[in-house]
Design a binder for this molecule. Structure first.
Ligand SMILES: Cc1ncc(COP(=O)(O)O)c(C=O)c1O
Length: 383
């Protein structure tokens, strides 16, 4: 039985080089970074080395990296932390309509606390128009938060232009870079980014480690109050081993990013070309401004879930969209935002590639998919 994983946007297996790098932290280097003895000092040293490595990838300073337990935590921290620290200046926040649920839900919660949220529309490719950002910035706006690359349709936003507008207007700019970090070069200074979310388990590191880049002098409230860890911005005993794994993942991405992007782009485009030969199959998202590892298709007259199940029976793991929303019965808010009808959104399938995707895996998928689509259409009540 084949076992082909094509759901790298949901999570990635841990690279064995990273497992090896983490190993000493379970037994030898297990100390608490806040302890004064040698065990503690050793852990603290490792933590600060990891901070330098992660900061380096995005041209940040080490003291601008706050380690967290997940991207969900980082995104909550960014939105709520900025909102509460700057509410005297204003209570208006701008986000896009295609953010990850952890931004969307944080925004809903902030509305309940009296903040005003503007959700920007996107075009049919999922692109935010920077001029719309400019138009929506009002006197009481304190934060703009726009996802860098969509976890569902892979569209890459014009982050640099949006950052420039925010800088000119003196507004904090946050980007959720979970899907782009380690895959696309990011320079927080050139792109005028004040806050950026990144995560380890999307780049072959362990789960339980992520970070929020917070530019020096940014006014932000901690989410977790505690023992003063992470420059007093995030209480909790630090998960040094997972963070060392995160740093190793960053190191490998830095070395392999360029070649990996080229390799995956070729595989992605081969897959897109083949799938679009299927009758009434369409690509969701932009053909060029998209992540090298992302494809998202829709097929008329079929449910995405049925496709996922049928492909799973053939040994291929894919998804209908964000792993966090795949259990919900509602159509994806991202696909609705790009103008799809609920029925079209329900017929969508996300196939995401990664470090261990081989050409033969794509060839196998290309071989089995048309037959599955044909069979499902035969029994489709929509047809
Ligand atoms: C763009 C984006 N933001 C945030 C998250 C949340 O990550 P986690 O569930 O690891 O906290 C994800 C995970 O899929 C994501 O893709």
């Amino acid at each position: 039985m084949k076992k082909i994983y094509l759901d790298y946007a949901a999570t990635t297996p841990v690279d064995f080089r990273i497992v090896k790098a983490m190993f000493p932290y379970f037994r030898e280097k297990f100390g608490n970074t806040m302890s004064l003895h040698k065990f503690g000092q050793e852990a603290k040293l490792s933590l600060e080395k990891s901070r330098e490595t992660v900061a380096d990838l995005i041209e940040a300073k080490p003291n601008e990296i706050i380690f967290t337990s997940s991207a969900t935590e980082s995104n909550n921290f960014a939105l709520k932390g900025i909102a509460f620290a700057n509410k005297d200046k204003g209570k208006h926040i701008v986000i896009s309509s295609i953010e990850h649920p952890c931004i969307m839900e944080s925004a809903v919660w902030l509305e309940k606390q009296g903040f005003k949220i503007t959700r920007l529309a996107v075009d049919k490719y999922g692109l935010v128009n920077p001029l719309d950002v400019k138009k929506e910035i009002k006197k009481d706006t304190i934060l703009v938060s726009i996802i860098h690359a969509s976890n569902e349709i892979g569209t890459i936003q014009p982050i640099e232009e949006i950052g420039k507008i925010c800088k000119e207007k003196g507004i904090y700019f946050h980007t959720d870079a979970v899907q782009s970090f380690g895959k696309i070069p990011i320079d927080v200074n050139k792109m005028n980014i004040d806050l950026l979310t990144a995560s380890s388990h999307k780049i072959y590191g362990p789960k339980g480690a992520a970070c929020l880049f917070v530019k020096e002098a940014t006014k932000i409230e901690p989410l977790l109050h505690g023992g003063g860890q992470e420059m007093g911005l995030r209480g909790s005993t630090v998960n040094v081993g997972a963070i060392a794994g995160f740093a190793k993942a960053v190191e490998i991405c830095r070395e392999e990013m360029r070649e990996e992007t080229q390799r995956l782009t070729i595989l992605r485009d081969k897959l897109i070309k083949a799938v679009l030969k299927i009758e009434k199959a369409y690509l969701n998202g932009h053909s060029k401004k998209r992540l090298a590892n992302n494809t998202n298709f829709r097929f008329s007259f079929i449910e995405g879930e049925s496709l996922v199940i049928q492909l799973d029976l053939q040994g291929i793991a894919v998804s209908t969209g964000s792993a966090c929303s795949s259990m919900k019965l509602e159509p994806s808010h991202v696909l609705l935002a790009i103008g799809l009808k609920p029925k079209e959104a329900h017929g969508s399938l996300r196939i995401t590639l990664g470090r261990w995707t081989k050409e033969k895996d794509i060839d196998y998928l290309i071989k089995v998919l048309p037959g599955i689509v044909k069979n499902l259409r035969k029994i489709s009540p929509y047809k």
